[in-house]
Structures are given as C-alpha cells and as structure tokens.
Design a protein around this ligand. Sequence first.
Ligand SMILES: Cc1cc2nc3c(=O)[nH]c(=O)nc-3n(C[C@H](O)[C@H](O)[C@H](O)COP(=O)(O)OP(=O)(O)OC[C@H]3O[C@@H](n4cnc5c(N)ncnc54)[C@H](O)[C@@H]3O)c2cc1C
Length: 458
Amino acid sequence: MTPYDAIIIGTGQAGPALAARLAKGGRRVAVVERGRFGGTCVNNGCTPTKTLIASAYAARLAQRAADYGLRVERPVAVDMARVKARKDTLVDSTATSVEHWMCALPNTTVYRGHARFVDAHTITVGADTLTAEWVFIDVGGRPYVPDLSGLEQVSYLTSESMMDIDFLPERLLIVGGSYVGLEFGQMYRRFGSRVTVVEMGPRLIGKEDPDVSDAVRDVLAAEEIEIRLDAKCIALEAAPSGALLRLDCATGAPTVTGTHVLLAVGRVPNTDDLGLREAGIETDARGYIKVDETLNTSAGNVYALGDCNGRGAFTHTAYNDYEIVADNLLNGTNRKVSDRIPIYGLFTDPPLGRVGMSEVEARRAGYQVLIGKMPMSRVARAREKGETQGFMKVLVDASSKQILGVAILGVGGDEAVHSLLDAMYGRLPYTAVQHGVRIHPTVSELIPTLLSELAPLA
Ligand SMILES: Cc1cc2nc3c(=O)[nH]c(=O)nc-3n(C[C@H](O)[C@H](O)[C@H](O)COP(=O)(O)OP(=O)(O)OC[C@H]3O[C@@H](n4cnc5c(N)ncnc54)[C@H](O)[C@@H]3O)c2cc1C
C-alpha cells in the first residue's frame, strides 16, 4: 500500500492541472495514465483535428486561388503522408510535454497502467495498490460504436483510428451528421475524397436551431459533400468497393457505396472498467458518473471531472471542472458547475461559435425574446477575405435586456462569439455592448450594429 493525499486517474484536460496545483501545494499526489498522456484532446481530438483542418483550409484556399487573383496549378495535390506527419509532430510534442510535465512535478509519482477502485480510498494499478484521502476521476470517453446491422462485415474507422491514416479514402461514408462527423467530412472533401454524410435525424447538428443546421448543410453541399438525412435504418454490407450503406431516406436512392466508413455517432464514458460499484460511485443509465454541483460523486471523497461526468463534452469544460474542484477544495470557494455558460465551436469552415441558449431553448424557457440576425455578407472583413457564408444571430431577453444566446456561423465566428460572453457573465444589458466602439475591419465590429437591429422573435 502506498499512501497519497490524492490520486488522479487520467491525464486528459482536468487531471494534469489539478495534479500540478495539488503537488505545488505540498500534497503527495499519484497520477495514473493507461494510454498516451494528454488524453483525447491532445491525441485524438482537438489538437489533431484542428491541425488537419488547417491543412484542409490551405488546400481549399489553393483550390480557390483564382478568386484571389493567383495562378495555382490545378488540381491542387494534397500529400496525405505529409499532412499526417504535420499533425503527428504537433500531437507528439504536446503529448510528450504533458508527460514530462507530470513526471517532473514535485511530490508526484506517475503510474502507467489501468486504474481500478478496490474501495473509495483504494486503487490498484497493475501490481501496485495506492490509497488516498481524495480521488479524482478524469477518465474521459471513447467513440461509441453502434450496433448497426452488418457492421461485422465491414472494417470501419472511428475518430481515433482516423488519426492513423496517411492516405486519401476515395469515397468516405460518414455515419453521423454532428460535430465530429462534419469536421471530418469537410476536411476529407477538401483533401480530395468524395464524401457522403448519413444522418438519422431530419437535419445536421440537430441540437442547433434549424437556420444554423440549414446554413451548415448549404456550406457543405456547396463543396459537393453529399448529405443524406432521415436515414432511419442504417445497415452495412461488404461491397466490392469496400462498403455499402443501406439507408431508409425519405428521398433519393436507398443505398450509397464507399471505400471507407467512419462512424461518428457520439461517445461513451470510460467508466465501465473502473470498479465504480466497489467504491460506491453511482452512474446514470448511460454510464456517466453522477455528480453534484461541485462535481462530488456519491462517494464523498471522490470527484469526477471532464467528459466522464456528463456535465460537459469539451476541453474547456473539463479544464473548468478542474478550476471548480481545486478552488473549492484548496481555496474554500463555493464554485458550481451550473455557473458555467455553455459555449463551444464547430470547426467547419466557416466555423460556428455558439454561446448560451438557442432560439428553441430560449422560447421553451418562456423568455420574451428579441432577435438580431445579420448575414455575413454585410461584414466588411468577410467580404474583403472573400468568405461571406453564414450569419450572426443574437438573442436577448426583452425584460432584463440580458443576452441569452449567440450563434456566429461565419469567418472568425469561433473568436467573435467571445465578445458577447463577458457581458453574459457580467449580466450586463445588451446596450452596454451596443454602445462600445470596436476595431475596423473585424467581424466583432458588426455586433453593436446587430444589437441595434433587435426585433421581437416572431
Ligand atoms: C474528434 C474530436 C474532436 C474534438 N474537438 C474538440 C474541440 O475542438 N474543442 C473542444 O473543446 N473539445 C473537443 N473535443 C472533445 C475533447 O477532446 C474532450 O472533451 C476532452 O478531451 C475531455 O477531456 P477529459 O479530461 O474529460 O478526458 P480525456 O481527454 O478523454 O482523457 C482521459 C484520460 O484518462 C485515461 N484513462 C481512462 N481510463 C483510465 C483508467 N482506468 N486508468 C488510467 N487512465 C485512464 C485515458 O487514457 C485518457 O488519457 C473533441 C473530441 C473528439 C473525439
């Protein structure tokens, strides 16, 4: 038995920062990691996808070179091995630096292997048994593989195995028209694959407002990505080309064929093999660890952070979980997970920056909603860059004048959306933002104008 003050399971987006803060405060810390340091974001998520998306954006610009008055030989050649090598370099250096950081921390021992609870204070890692007053679970999740008919007949890719390919799939079939599927879809189309996105629901990114979904669909369709919606009964079959996907679409041919299949239909938490029952830690029906507002589990000394608690599915939410837990335990604050305003991006091109409520949510919550909406074609910077797709939308509560939600689908939308976030955290009336002066020419400079055009939501 090796006693510690704290055991941290997983080195994703919450664990390392928490380990560093505890260790620097003089606590004896054990960090356990069974895979690559840095977790999903670094190895299979944000870092590699955004690096690949940057290559895809460069390819797209080269393909559009004539629009900017440049002569570039067509077709633009994409060297997938070099694209992957660029991605690998960034991923490897980030994962290595997280590992070195953890190993160099004072008062900290790093264990490599699978952690499993014996009881709420005791963990095994291989032959080692560790005990601690506090245990912090940051085990993240993995791609969900649905029980599709015929799946055993074809080989398929997930967001994880996509990271290993260094060639161009000729015809890529993507099952799932949500954030991960759409980022990969546009990226591979720009690299040169023919891409079909198959979605069971009636529209893409079904959590977004219909106008956002429709605009994203139009962007993708304009790049000749085939989109099949309402695919209610998806089934796979082996085919000479690779795979055949049977659909049950409302319109169009009932099958599509491809050389490769990517499953992008969500994620499941890595909680099934942790021994949670032995520790008295409860999960919900989908396996997410139940936590209270301070991220405390049903075992009082154990906290669950990051994707595994079901309270967020992003790097920034996992990191914020660390801040909440550390501040409450070490600084005596009373921070709560519900203080967080939802914010996230879809990193297609143009990107979607989202914060707060959607139109549908604001209406359902009973607000009297004012709406401002403006096409990106009115934004001088967007016109100058030749990137005018999309729109900006802001929702305001008519009685308090506070901002309820924002969607910016457009060039720079992932950055510009933050310019309303602080006003939301500060509970400022929208007029405080409307009367501010901003830099010309930027996307953000049009936000005061957008706010001056508010009208009741029909
Ligand atoms: C394709 C893709 C793109 C994404 N893009 C973005 C993006 O652009 N922006 C964004 O904010 N988010 C993005 N995400 C989501 C983001 O990656 C996750 O929300 C984030 O990584 C969650 O961090 P985490 O700390 O909860 O867990 P993870 O990062 O998943 O880390 C969990 C760690 O725990 C380890 N582990 C698990 N079980 C055990 C065990 N029993 N013992 C020891 N170690 C264990 C794992 O090996 C892993 O290293 C993306 C995800 C995917 C899949």
